[in-house]
Design a binder for this molecule. Structure first.
Ligand code: PNS
Length: 185
C-alpha cells in the first residue's frame, strides 16, 4: 500500500499515513428458514477473511417458508446482536442483480458434502453466466454440521426430535412457538 503525506509542502511527515483500503465485503445468501449453527459457522469463517458480511435472506414466499422474511431477519438480529461487521438484508429476484446493487463482491456459499457440489457448481456457473462480475467462493463448515440443513432441523423438530446444539437457543424457542403441538410435548 502506498504511503501518503498530504501536509504542507516542506513539512516532514512524522509517520507513514496509509491510504485506507476498501472494506472487503462478502454476501452470504440463503433461505435461512431457519438459521442453524452451520450457517453461523460459515458467518464466523467469513468474518475471519472479510471485513464485513452481508447476509442476504431470500424472499421465497412460493416455497411456503415456515418463518416469514421478517422473522428470519429478526432471528439473525437475536443471534448476532449489534455486530457492526454483519448486516442482514432481504432480496427477491436474481441474486446476481442484488450483488450488482451492493457492489461486485463475492457470493459465499457453504459446501457441506459432495452431494451439495452438483447444485452449487451449477448455480455458481449460471450466476457467472448471468453476471461475469460475480464470483462465488465456497467454505466448508465444521464437520459436526456437515449433515445439517434447515429442512432436516425442522423435520426432526416437528417429529419430536432434540435439535438443541444444532440451532441457537433463540431459534429453538421460535420453533417451539411455531409448533406447539409436536409429538412428545
Ligand atoms: O439456502 P438456499 O435455499 O440453498 O439458498 C439458495 C439461494 C437463495 C442462494 C438461491 O436460491 C438463489 O440465489 N435464489 C435467488 C434466485 C436466483 O438468483 N437463482 C439463481 C439462478 S442460477
Amino acid at each position: 500500500m502506498s504511503p501518503v503525506f498530504s501536509g504542507p509542502p516542506g513539512e516532514i511527515p512524522v509517520g507513514v499515513i496509509e491510504t485506507p483500503r476498501p472494506r472487503r465485503l462478502a454476501v452470504y445468501p440463503g433461505s435461512f428458514d431457519p438459521p442453524h449453527n452451520g450457517h453461523l459457522d460459515i458467518i464466523q469463517r467469513c468474518l475471519s477473511v472479510f471485513d464485513e458480511v452481508l447476509i442476504a435472506v431470500l424472499v421465497n414466499e412460493e416455497k411456503a417458508p415456515l418463518f416469514t422474511i421478517e422473522e428470519r431477519q429478526e432471528m439473525f438480529g437475536e443471534i448476532l446482536g449489534d455486530n457492526p461487521r454483519v448486516r442482514v438484508e432481504s432480496f427477491s429476484g436474481l441474486l446476481v442483480d442484488f450483488m450488482d446493487r451492493v457492489g461486485a463482491v463475492p457470493i459465499v456459499r457453504g459446501l457441506r458434502a459432495l452431494s451439495d457440489f452438483d447444485y452449487e457448481f451449477q448455480m455458481a456457473l449460471m450466476n457467472r453466466r448471468l453476471n461475469p462480475r460475480v464470483e462465488t467462493l465456497f467454505m466448508m463448515p465444521k464437520e459436526e454440521y456437515s449433515y445439517l440443513s434447515s429442512r432436516l432441523a425442522k423435520e426432526a423438530f416437528s417429529l419430536g426430535g432434540d435439535i438443541s446444539g444444532l440451532v441457537p437457543a433463540s431459534v429453538l424457542a421460535r420453533l417451539r412457538r411455531k409448533m406447539p403441538n409436536r409429538p412428545g410435548v
